[in-house]
Design a protein around this ligand. Structure first.
Ligand SMILES: [Zn+2]
Length: 544
């Protein structure tokens, strides 16, 4: 049985943890001997390793309470990302930790954690969260091959190992265990083939716009790829650097001549062959339509980029490509392109067929670039068109307008008046808002909150915000210095530097530079690291 506690007991435990953590973080360990430093590193590590057990338990209780539904989130992972600002992968690991390594209260399931030995080791601080994740994954993988009663010895073996090796070693041990269970990988079963097939397209890198492609082909897919490569990856074929490209792929003489000029590596030829096969597949029209649009790459670029032939164009699938590449892709046929004017309004829409709804959708692809729900990274091609009610001064009108929402968020939109279902309310933001015309989202569980927009597809806004917050913090700090009469007390210490104080406060480095100057002047003064009056986080004098 899992012992229960009262609310007061739990809150008391949280408060004493907060006090202890605060005290420890604020205490300077500089006076410790080397041996004492080492001892304390061990003790703090052990204590810190117990914390994930508490976090998983809390998360598990939130899952059982359905807290994410109550607050209008699509999942517990989304709740953790939004409320705690966790990275997506980290939030997924937390949910996994809650499901597998926390005690359960819900009816119909055993009260103990699914991985009781890992959970106990975490509670005792014997293994880290990374160890636990590695064991969790290894047991999960071997579980596809082993009956349940054989998993516990494996779990026990890995927990004991984790007390003396690193998480990477645990992952290696897990692989070894899997190989031991399934030694004859040479003749895989149909289920093995079906399970292992995998293709992973990595995130487009920021610096050079390249993407990695990794995966594991099943035998049939391998045969198809070989067929395409035999034809399209030969030297001389599909060489983008060749003046005669594309050559007639059924003309042996033309290919032989082009092959002499072909300087590509085999890997580069395979890459170009894959691109050619995809191009041919798309051009054949067999893909039909995707969400009401012909299934072709849709590229958005600005009129200024078209004129200068520089910059980065975007695609409706969330990708980026240099403008010269985009223009080459368009070729003589502009049907792939949405051209924006300087204010990012659609100027020209290349299209195969005139369809009003399709035009609207392409325009949204260009201006919104993806799901408009705050924090969502779903690109435009994974979204549906969502109708929102226009906001007019003094109230809402019946005019509807269109925005993009991914399937998950679209399903979570409920009218603001709805008292029962929890989700999001959406509006077109009014002219006096910082982002007029954009789609604002508000959780109905938080009816007094602000409508928020999604900055994920508009990185420049996040950047501007960060700069603005930095500037405000700086300004508040400078104002606090100016506002204090105590500053007059320091005039004697400052001496001739005093005349420059105003200039320094307005300068690019502001108060920190001033403090450096003052501390050089008098090393013994006690206020050089921070102002002598209590400050809150915004740099205002604390009223208390
Ligand atoms: Zn979304």
């Amino acid at each position: 049985m899992v012992p229960t506690s009262t609310v007061a007991e739990y809150l008391d435990a949280v408060a004493s943890f907060e006090r202890a953590a605060e005290q420890l973080a604020a205490t300077n360990p500089v006076m410790l001997s080397g041996q004492e430093v080492l001892g304390c590193l061990h003790r703090v590590e052990t204590a810190a390793r117990k914390i994930p057990a508490a976090q998983h338990w809390l998360t598990e209780v939130s899952i059982e309470q359905g807290l994410h539904n109550e607050l209008g989130y699509t999942s517990t992972k989304e709740l953790l990302v939004d409320q705690l600002r966790l990275a997506g992968g980290e939030a997924a690991d937390r949910v996994r930790g809650a499901r597998n390594r926390a005690p359960r209260q819900e009816r119909g399931s055993a009260p103990g954690p699914r991985l009781p030995l890992v959970a106990a080791a975490q509670r005792d601080g014997r293994i880290s969260e990374r160890h636990a994740i590695a064991i969790d994954r290894a047991v999960d993988k071997c579980g596809r091959k082993l009956p349940a009663h054989q998993l516990e010895p494996l779990e026990e073996m890995l927990v004991i190992a984790a007390e003396s090796v690193t998480p990477d070693d645990i992952a290696a041990l897990g692989r070894k265990a899997y190989e031991t269970i399934d030694p004859d990988g040479a003749e895989p079963s149909a289920e093995d083939i079906a399970r292992q097939r995998d293709l992973h397209l990595g995130k487009q890198r920021d610096d050079d716009l390249m993407s990695t492609l990794e995966g594991c082909l099943a035998p049939e897919a391998r045969a198809l790829v070989d067929t395409v490569m035999d034809k399209l990856a030969r030297p001389g074929v599909n060489n983008p650097a060749d003046a005669d490209n594309p050559v007639d792929i059924d003309d042996p003489d033309a290919i032989a001549n082009a092959a002499k000029r072909d300087k590509r590596t085999a890997g580069q030829r395979r890459h170009d062959a894959l691109a050619a096969a995809l191009r041919a597949g798309i051009a054949s029209g067999i893909l039909g339509q995707h969400r009401g649009l012909p299934c072709i790459p849709i590229i958005t670029l600005g009129i200024d980029q078209l004129e200068s032939h520089t910059g980065i164009a975007t695609t409706a699938t969330g990708g980026r490509l240099p403008v010269p590449d985009a223009l080459a892709m368009m070729g003589g046929n502009p049907k792939y392109v949405l051209l924006l004017d300087l204010a990012a309004r659609p100027l020209f829409l290349g299209r195969e067929k005139r369809l009003a709804t399709a035009d609207q959708r392409i325009a949204l692809y260009g201006s919104e670039k993806g799901c408009t729900a705050p924090g969502c990274d779903a690109p435009a091609t994974r979204c549906q068109v969502h109708h929102i009610t226009e906001w007019a001064d003094g109230g809402r009108t019946d005019i509807t307008t269109l925005t993009l929402a991914c399937d998950k968020h679209h399903g979570k939109v409920v009218p603001g008046k709805d008292q029962i279902r929890r989700g999001f309310e959406t509006v077109v933001l009014p002219d006096h808002n910082q982002y007029p015309g954009r789609t604002g989202w508000r959780r109905t569980a938080d009816p007094a909150g602000d409508y928020r927009v999604n900055h994920t597809h508009h990185t420049h806004e996040l950047y501007q915000q960060a700069q603005e917050h930095h500037r405000q913090r700086h300004q508040a700090y400078a104002d606090a210095w100016r506002a204090e009469d105590e500053r007059a007390l320091y005039r004697d210490l400052v001496g001739t530097i005093h005349d420059d104080i105003a200039a320094i406060l307005d300068g690019p480095n502001g108060p920190p530079t001033l403090e450096t100057l003052l501390s050089e002047h008098d090393d013994d003064n006690h206020w050089r690291t921070e102002p002598p009056w209590p400050m809150d986080a915004a740099g205002h004098r604390d009223a208390a």
